[in-house]
Design a protein around this ligand. Structure first.
Ligand code: ATP
Ligand code: MG
Length: 350
């Protein structure tokens, strides 16, 4: 059975991009898969070391998972730092991965900004920890937004190099499986993960700048719609969203070179489970002054129930804490099995 893993950082308010690019897929995948969903708190300190209320942030991501429809009993919901095997495997992967691979990551370049020498080493090694998050369960499928595609390719590269470099040791421990890397049959330990990035809004863009992705860490709150925004705030943010002066085109080709229009149409499509072409069939030729209120109503309709349930869950944190504790124990038991294999493969004495 395929094993699904994904994570969300407790770095701020969850937004529509997180929901459409990740959490909504997490919910859909529960039906036919074994799923592990993680609040990746170790990642949260890579870009910013000190957080005002990290515990509260962790709980609120977990609450968003549950409020969106993730079942923490059939599946696993936990926070990363509760399972130290993530960090342990990340160390091994730091030794597998090459500095050059990390230097090429666009997220690192974006987040480090101009003063790269002064970024944390953790920010550079972020993809190595992300690979460990996935592979410490030997997960095969990872639902993420399009911005994480490069990191998943790196996770494949890490798995592949580990499998090839330790091939004889893997065979000797009897723990691997036969697989094909490129053309070559090898006996590998870690699966090569498959990214699950599709849908009409794989990358939701900022409401203030159609060339930048919507982010928790964007300083402008007007750039994103938060899952916790109330109706008036959603209406206001969509009303103020940057657009161009033209009417909507009637076909998707007409969205080329109009990043803001493309983004809003993509959001409408994703929220209504339609294609962009269908949305344009309905709204082509109309002005943003007509389209924006329809989009705002739709966003409120989808987000209001999640928002309400999140608030209810956050009122009494003991329930969320119990879910995370239970998830951490179950995840930890699985991760320890894999780590024992890894320790044997490498040759650590235990
Ligand atoms: P930060 O700015 O702190 O990196 P973030 O908004 O990028 O926060 P993450 O916790 O890094 O959120 O990512 C969680 C998940 O949400 C990932 O699968 C990521 O691909 C997805 N995601 C984040 N932003 C977007 C977006 N704008 N559109 C679609 N998916 C997104
Ligand atoms: Mg991010």
């Amino acid at each position: 059975q395929p094993l699904v893993f994904s994570g969300v950082q407790p770095t701020g308010n969850l937004h529509l991009g997180n929901y459409l690019g990740a959490i909504r897929k997490f919910v859909a995948l529960q039906e036919n898969n074994d799923c592990i969903y993680c609040v990746v708190d170790l990642h949260a300190i890579t870009a910013q070391l000190v957080h005002e209320d990290l515990k509260g942030q962790i709980r609120s991501i977990a609450a968003a998972f549950i409020a969106s429809g993730i079942d923490p009993v059939k599946h696993i919901v936990f926070n990363q730092s509760a399972v130290p095997q993530h960090a342990e495997l990340a160390w091994v992967f730091n030794c597998v991965a090459r500095i050059g691979w990390m230097n090429r990551m666009t997220q690192f370049k974006d987040k480090a900004g101009k003063d790269r020498e002064n970024a944390s080493l953790g920010l550079l090694a972020y993809p190595s920890l992300m690979a460990a998050d996935i592979l410490v369960y030997r997960a095969t499928h990872v639902p993420v937004g399009d911005d994480q595609k490069q990191h998943l390719e790196l996770a494949r590269d890490i798995a592949q190099k580990f499998n090839i470099d330790y091939q004889d040791k893997i065979r000797a421990t009897g723990q691997g499986v036969d697989m094909v890397v490129g053309e070559e049959p090898i006996h590998g330990y870690f699966p090569l993960v498959e990214p699950l990035i599709d849908g009409p809004a794989p990358r939701v863009m900022s409401l203030r700048d159609g060339t930048k992705k919507m982010s928790k860490s964007d300083p402008s709150d007007l750039s994103r719609i938060n899952l916790m925004d109330d109706q008036d705030t959603i209406l206001k943010k969509i009303r103020k969203a940057k657009t161009d002066p033209d009417a909507l085109p009637s076909e998707t080709e007409g969205l080329a070179g109009r990043p803001e229009a493309d983004n809003l149409v993509g959001i409408f499509a994703a929220l209504s489970d339609k294609s962009k072409a269908d949305v344009l069939k309905e709204f082509g030729g109309r002005q943003f002054s007509e389209f924006k209120p329809a989009l705002a109503d739709l966003a409120v309709e989808v987000l209001a129930p999640i928002n309400g349930e999140m608030r209810r869950l956050m009122d009494d944190t003991s329930h969320i804490d119990a879910i995370l504790r239970d998830g951490g124990e179950r995840a930890g038991a699985r991760a320890e099995k894999v780590m024992n294999d890894v320790r044997d493969i490498i040759g650590f004495l235990r």
